[in-house]
Every structure is written in structure tokens, then in C-alpha cells.
Design a protein around this ligand. Structure first.
Ligand SMILES: NC(=O)C1=CN([C@@H]2O[C@H](COP(=O)(O)OP(=O)(O)OC[C@H]3O[C@@H](n4cnc5c(N)ncnc54)[C@H](OP(=O)(O)O)[C@@H]3O)[C@@H](O)[C@H]2O)C=CC1
Ligand SMILES: O=C1O[C@H](COP(=O)(O)O)[C@@H](O)[C@H](O)[C@H]1O
Length: 489
């Protein structure tokens, strides 16, 4: 059993409390933290949304959500009942007057406890919600605000959101969620690199040939077409989650694990990313859109049919690109990134491909000698595998074979991993911002992707089609094979 450190008493206000994110992720995560006694009956959850609803109606919806999204083995009726009793529902209009004075009165009952305002609404409402929170006197010195992604759809809109929230809250009070940072295996990248000198000494351009980051999903756009079609794979996944992974892989060792020490190092990586210039966009990036195909053994429709708008869309559901970090450590080491919907498997994986030995005692054609490779499996089947060359046993000669040194985290630790939101929600209450993004990081990430968005907007071509259930358009294979390398699958 992991050690669970209780958090201080808090009032957690969730705006967007009737929405998909709250029902699928936030309430189940809060329930599990309550069940494990990380917080208790001295804390309250105040659910706020636009709909007219009684407290009992809201609690009934919340219970339904728990039954749908918490594993059956984790639901304990008595605990569910006590958890639901922690929920209060308030009708609050983010852009009107309704509900704000009720919210302020409720919070005023406990002026000294931690207050977290979780904004699980559309980002256009963030500025308005923050201003109204200030105007109704709901913000105490112990308050913090959590911003869901996306923080904008480009650099200007991200700045506008950050400015609006920054008018009300100090940067130290703002927690920008990137749920990938809450995944156990993503946090483990820090442990892998900075608690194991055997790797850190090899973690540079002298020894590493290239790095691949793949985040593949089997789902299509599901019910989120309205949002997704305005976003696309670059904005939805690469600008945030994948660049954060790249930062953790490429950053220099921070001096401490303090939030700003870690974020300073990630920021340096984002700023060192080589700009992809307009004439390089065609060779360094690939956009794809899924067409009809097969997923999970069943025929599935293409993106345009899933969208069901009857209109053409140039939104990409797949993106691959080649990035370069201009630093002493990484000069000449490409980072290949790809992500997409309706790919053959749900898998998030990092491949660190080491260089060939500078001189080989074992001629390749005789021995099959291959350079070492480290695979870091973020999800599912979380673990790591280092492929090392070993001699095949037997008297027939000196034949080498890549052999895995394998760690499967579930087997090693004897338990599964909590959802990222469980960790992140408790970090907010604890006041630990290490796994959240700072304003300058978000804006640096937008700055880097901006030239790509501009180039694509200037020439709005259809993305390359790929059959659902394939690994994306063939151009994505060409992107890496032009460099004499190949995607690991
Ligand atoms: N769903 C997901 O998987 C993910 C979502 N996100 C982000 O989380 C946020 C929420 O997403 P999601 O839950 O899917 O969105 P939904 O559309 O499902 O929910 C929106 C919520 O906002 C509330 N709302 C809308 N207008 C107002 C208003 N004027 N005043 C008060 N409340 C209002 C709605 O209340 P009501 O229903 O009562 O009108 C509802 O609770 C978005 O920023 C999204 O990008 C991020 C990652 C994943
Ligand atoms: O942020 C998002 O992430 C999910 C994928 O998250 P995962 O934890 O299941 O890997 C993605 O489906 C969604 O489009 C995106 O908005």
C-alpha cells in the first residue's frame, strides 16, 4: 500500500460541474481520494454550473457518474453515501449575476481553509469567472485556481486568457493542468533520469541517435467533434502533452524539485526548440485525417462521417513531426513525435535509440549486432525495457541478439496506477505546483507551434488520408525514413 498523506481541509469549487470532464474524471478522482481518506468530512465540494437543479438531483447525477466511471471493485456503498453528502450544488452563471452571492456566503463560513476553484468550463469563460469571483469577495489568501486545457488556440488567445486570469490571481495561485504530468509513468521520467546515474551519463548526443515519442489512440473524435474540429491533433495533443514529455526527456537536471526549478528547466527546452521554417513545414511535418477502416476488429467510419456536419474539414486527426533541440546536449539528435486518433493500438511510448558502437568487434552481417534501445511505456502495460546485446548460447559461433531487461510496473509494485487527476487534484490542495504548467511554458509552446499553424492556415490543404486502424499516412513513414531511421512499432 502506498503512503497516503492527508491534505489540509479544503473547499473545492468546481465550475462546469455538470459537464463531461467533471462526471468522467473529477468526481471519480475525488471519490477515490476520499475513499482512501486523503481528505475527510472536514472538506466540501461545491459543484457549480448553469443548469437549474436541486442538490438531490445533482447528487443523483454524481452517483450515476461514480457507478459508470469508478471500477465496480472500488465502490463502497457507505463511502459513496458519505462522499455524496460532501457535495453542494449551486446554480452559478459565469457571465451573469446568478449565484455569485450564494457562493460567496457559503465560502465565507470557512474563511481559513484552502479554496480551490476548478474551471472545467469552456476557456472563454475563465476571465469572466475569475473577475466575478473577485467582485463577490470569494478569493481569500488561501485560494487557488485550476485551469483546464486548452489554454487558448494560439499564442494570442493564450496570452489573452493568461492576462484575464492574471488580473485576479497571482501566478503562484494559478494551476494549469496538463494531465499527462499527473501520470505516474511520466513522473517516473524524472526518477529514471535523475536517480539513475547510469542513464544520465549517457543522456546526450554522443550516445543517443534519436528519440521517438508516440501517443496513439484507437478512439475517434467520439462526442467531442465540436471542440476537436476547431482544434486538431497539433493543438489537442502535441502543443501540450507531447511537448511536456519532450521537455522532461530533454531538460537539464533541475537544482531541486521545487515547482519553479523544474519549470525553469522545461522552459529552457521549449525555448531551445529549433523553429520549423515555412519551407521546412512540408518535410518536417505530416498531417493526416482518418478515413473509414477497422478499429477493434469492427468497421468504423471516417472523420468526416463522425463529425456529422455534412461539411468538408481540413482538421488533422494525426500529426507527425521532427523536432530539434538546439543545445549542447542535444545537437543533431532528432526528436520524432507522432500522435493520432484511430490508430491500431492505444499506446503512449518513448523510444530512446542509442548510437551504434563507434567500433564494432562483431561484424553486423555475422552477428546481427544492433544498437541499444530503451523503451519507456507510459500506458498501458506501464514499464521500461532496455534492449541489450547478448551472446546467443551455444557452440555455433558468436551470434548476438538484442535481449530485453524488462520492468513491468504493475508486476513490480503489485498494484495499478491511480488516474492522473487523483494526484493533480490533491497537489492543488497541497499547494504543490510542480506538475502544473507556468504561464511562460504554455506561451513558449504556443510560440513554437505557431509557424506550423500559420503555414497550414496559409495553404489549407486536406490532410493526408489514412485508414482507421493504420499507423497514419505513409508520408509519416517517409518523414523518418528520409533520415535513414524507422518508427518503432
Ligand atoms: N471532456 C474531456 O474529456 C476533457 C475536457 N477538457 C476541458 O475541460 C473543459 C470542460 O469540458 P467538458 O466537461 O467536456 O465540457 P461540457 O460541455 O461537457 O461542460 C461544460 C460545463 O460548463 C458549464 N457552463 C457552460 N456555460 C456556463 C455558464 N455561462 N455559466 C456556468 N456554467 C456554464 C456547463 O453547465 P450546464 O451544463 O449546466 O449548462 C457544463 O457544466 C473544457 O475546457 C475542455 O476543453 C480537457 C480535457 C479533457
Ligand atoms: O487531452 C486529451 O487527452 C486525451 C488522451 O488522454 P489519455 O490520458 O487517454 O492518453 C485525448 O483523447 C483528448 O483528445 C485530449 O483532449
Amino acid at each position: 500500500m502506498a503512503r497516503i498523506l492527508p491534505v489540509p481541509a479544503f473547499d473545492g469549487v468546481v465550475f462546469g460541474a455538470t459537464g463531461d470532464l467533471t462526471m468522467r474524471k473529477l468526481l471519480p478522482s475525488l471519490y477515490l481520494r476520499y475513499r482512501d481518506r486523503q481528505f475527510g468530512d472536514e472538506s466540501r465540494i461545491i459543484a457549480a454550473a448553469r443548469s437549474e437543479m436541486t442538490e438531490d438531483q445533482y447528487r443523483a447525477r454524481a452517483e450515476e457518474a461514480l457507478r459508470s466511471f469508478v471500477g465496480a471493485g472500488e465502490l463502497e456503498q457507505d463511502t459513496v453515501t458519505r462522499f455524496l453528502a460532501r457535495l453542494t450544488y449551486l446554480r452559478v452563471d459565469a457571465v451573469g449575476e446568478a449565484g455569485w452571492s450564494d457562493l460567496a456566503s457559503l465560502l465565507a463560513e470557512r474563511p481559513d481553509v484552502v479554496r480551490s476553484f476548478y474551471l472545467a468550463t469552456s476557456p472563454e469563460l475563465y476571465g469572466s469567472i475569475c473577475t466575478r469571483l473577485r467582485d463577490c469577495g470569494a478569493i481569500s489568501p488561501q485560494s487557488r485556481v485550476v485551469l483546464e486545457k486548452p489554454i487558448g488556440h494560439d499564442l494570442d488567445s493564450a496570452r489573452a486568457i493568461n492576462d484575464a486570469v492574471g488580473e485576479v490571481f497571482e501566478e503562484r495561485q494559478i494551476y494549469r493542468i496538463d494531465h499527462y504530468l499527473g501520470k505516474e509513468t511520466v513522473q517516473n521520467l524524472l526518477a529514471l533520469r535523475f536517480a539513475n546515474p547510469i542513464f544520465e551519463r549517457l543522456w546526450n548526443a554522443d550516445i543517443i541517435d534519436h528519440v521517438q515519442i508516440t501517443v496513439a489512440e484507437t478512439v475517434g473524435v467520439e462526442g467531442r467533434g465540436g471542440y476537436y474540429d476547431k482544434s486538431g491533433a497539433l493543438r489537442d495533443m502535441l502543443q501540450n502533452h507531447m511537448l511536456q514529455l519532450l521537455c522532461l526527456l530533454a531538460m537539464e537536471p533541475p537544482v531541486t524539485l521545487d515547482a519553479d526549478a523544474v519549470r525553469d528547466e522545461k522552459l529552457k527546452v521549449l525555448r531551445a526548440l529549433q523553429t520549423i521554417r515555412p519551407h521546412e513545414v512540408a518535410t518536417h511535418t505530416v498531417r493526416g485525417q482518418y478515413a473509414a477502416g477497422v478499429a477493434g476488429g469492427k468497421p468504423v467510419e471516417g472523420y468526416l462521417t463522425d463529425l456529422n456536419t455534412g461539411e468538408r474539414s481540413t482538421t488533422e486527426t494525426f500529426v507527425a513531426l521532427k523536432a530539434q533541440v538546439n543545445s549542447w546536449r542535444w545537437a543533431g539528435v532528432p526528436f520524432y513525435l507522432r500522435t493520432g486518433k484511430r490508430l491500431p493500438r492505444k499506446v503512449s511510448e518513448i523510444v530512446v535509440q542509442f548510437r551504434k558502437p563507434p567500433f564494432s568487434l562483431f561484424p553486423d552481417e555475422v552477428t546481427g549486432s544492433e544498437p541499444n534501445r530503451l523503451l519507456i511505456r507510459l500506458q498501458p502495460e506501464e514499464g521500461m525495457r532496455l534492449e541489450i546485446m547478448t551472446k546467443e548460447p551455444g557452440p555455433g559461433g558468436l551470434h548476438l541478439r538484442p535481449t530485453p531487461l524488462d520492468i513491468n510496473f504493475a508486476e513490480t509494485f503489485g498494484r495499478g496506477f491511480p488516474d492522473a487527476y487523483e494526484r493533480l487534484l490533491m497537489d492543488v490542495v497541497r499547494g504543490n505546483a510542480t506538475l502544473f504548467m507556468r504561464r511562460d511554458e504554455v506561451e513558449a509552446a504556443w510560440s513554437w507551434v505557431s509557424p506550423l499553424l500559420d503555414a497550414w492556415a496559409e495553404k489549407p490543404e486536406m490532410p493526408k488520408p489514412y485508414a482507421a486502424g493504420s499507423w497514419g499516412p505513409t508520408a509519416a513513414i517517409a518523414l523518418i525514413e528520409r533520415d535513414g531511421r524507422t518508427w518503432y512499432e
